[in-house]
Write a protein that binds this ligand. Structure first.
Ligand code: ZN
Length: 143
C-alpha cells in the first residue's frame, strides 16, 4: 500500500475513531489495557454472541497510533467468528514482530506493516489487539 494512503487511513481513524464511547452494558466483556511506554490507556468492551464478535466499543486516552489501531481493529474484527479473529490477531502480531504473516486476512490493518521501523511505537499499535487476545483467552479458558 502507498505510504500516503496509509497515512491518510491512520489519520482518518485517529480523528474519527470508530465506536468510541463505552456503553456500560453488562452483556459486553470488558478489558483495560495500559502502555507504560506511552500515554495509552484503552478500555475495550466486546459483545460476543454465538462465537461471533457482534460489537466492540472503546474509550480512553491514547496516542495517534494506538487510537487509529484500535479503530481499525474494530472495523476489521466486527462480524468475524472467534476463530477468524484469532487468525487475524496472530497475523497482525506477526506483522508487527517482523515474522512471516498472511496479509490477505489483515484488511486495513495492513497500514501498520512498516511500524517496525519505529520500534517504540510497536506497543502502541498492539495494545488493543492484546486486549482482544485477553478476551479470546478468557473465553477459551471458560469452555
Ligand atoms: Zn502510544
Amino acid at each position: 500500500m502507498d505510504s500516503n494512503l496509509k497515512r491518510e487511513i491512520i489519520l482518518e481513524n485517529y480523528q474519527n475513531p470508530k465506536n468510541k464511547g463505552l456503553l456500560n452494558d453488562e452483556t459486553y466483556m470488558k478489558v483495560n489495557m495500559n502502555n507504560e511506554s506511552c500515554i495509552d490507556e484503552v478500555n475495550l468492551e466486546v459483545k460476543i454472541e454465538n462465537d461471533i464478535i457482534k460489537d466492540i466499543r472503546f474509550d480512553g486516552e491514547a496516542c495517534a497510533i494506538s487510537t487509529s489501531s484500535t479503530s481499525i481493529m474494530i472495523s476489521v474484527l466486527i462480524g468475524k467468528t472467534l476463530t477468524e479473529a484469532e487468525t487475524i490477531l496472530q497475523n497482525f502480531v506477526n506483522m508487527i514482530d517482523e515474522k512471516p504473516y498472511d496479509k490477505s486476512v489483515l484488511e486495513e490493518a495492513i497500514v501498520y506493516d512498516d511500524i517496525y521501523k519505529n520500534p517504540n511505537r510497536k506497543k502502541c499499535a498492539l495494545l488493543s489487539w492484546w486486549g482482544i487476545e485477553k478476551i479470546l483467552n478468557q473465553i477459551k479458558n471458560a469452555k
